[in-house]
Write a protein that binds this ligand. Structure first.
Ligand SMILES: [Zn+2]
Length: 154
């Protein structure tokens, strides 16, 4: 237990060391989707978020990822047009999967206070749960039909 907790906190601080803002998180998402060149990432960032990603943010961050072994670059320049394509290495893909799981966990824990589970069908109920007393116990259901089915099955 404590070993896995250690590993988790180590991974968390590793992520914090590397990612300091939303732009960087989004750059990682784009790289995880497909290899891309810098201009392509700047364009995709603008299309998706409506915000401008500056080259001064992007390239130093790509360099950091490269120095950590998460990203490799390939020169696909043709003639006079320089084109450097960045892609995640296998290590970078593992990093992404940890990162996304970690963010998923954060999101779930943010939703958790309002999260209940239907005692009948097991569905997660985010809001508007139906409560009924069953044998002096207040149970949670997703709807009246599930509550009825549950009582009929007793
Ligand atoms: Zn239900």
């Amino acid at each position: 237990m404590s070993k896995s907790a250690d590993t988790q906190s180590k991974q968390a601080s590793e992520l914090q060391d590397i990612l300091s803002d939303f732009s960087q998180f989004y750059i990682v998402i784009l790289l995880n989707e497909s290899p891309n060149h810098g201009y392509g990432m700047i364009r995709a960032f603008k299309q998706r978020t409506g915000k401008t990603l500056s080259a001064g943010t992007l390239y130093p961050f790509l360099q950091t990822l490269e120095s950590k072994g998460f990203v490799e670059k390939k020169d696909e320049s043709t003639g006079k047009r320089p084109k450097i394509v960045y892609s995640l290495t296998r290590k970078g893909k593992r990093f992404c999967s940890r990162l996304f799981k970690r963010f998923a966990a954060i999101t779930v824990s943010a939703l958790e206070p309002s999260l209940e589970t239907c005692a009948s069908c097991g569905a997660k109920v985010y809001e508007g749960a139906h409560h009924e007393m069953v044998d002096d116990e207040k149970l949670t259901f997703c709807c009246v039909h599930c509550a009825r089915a549950f009582k009929n099955s007793l």
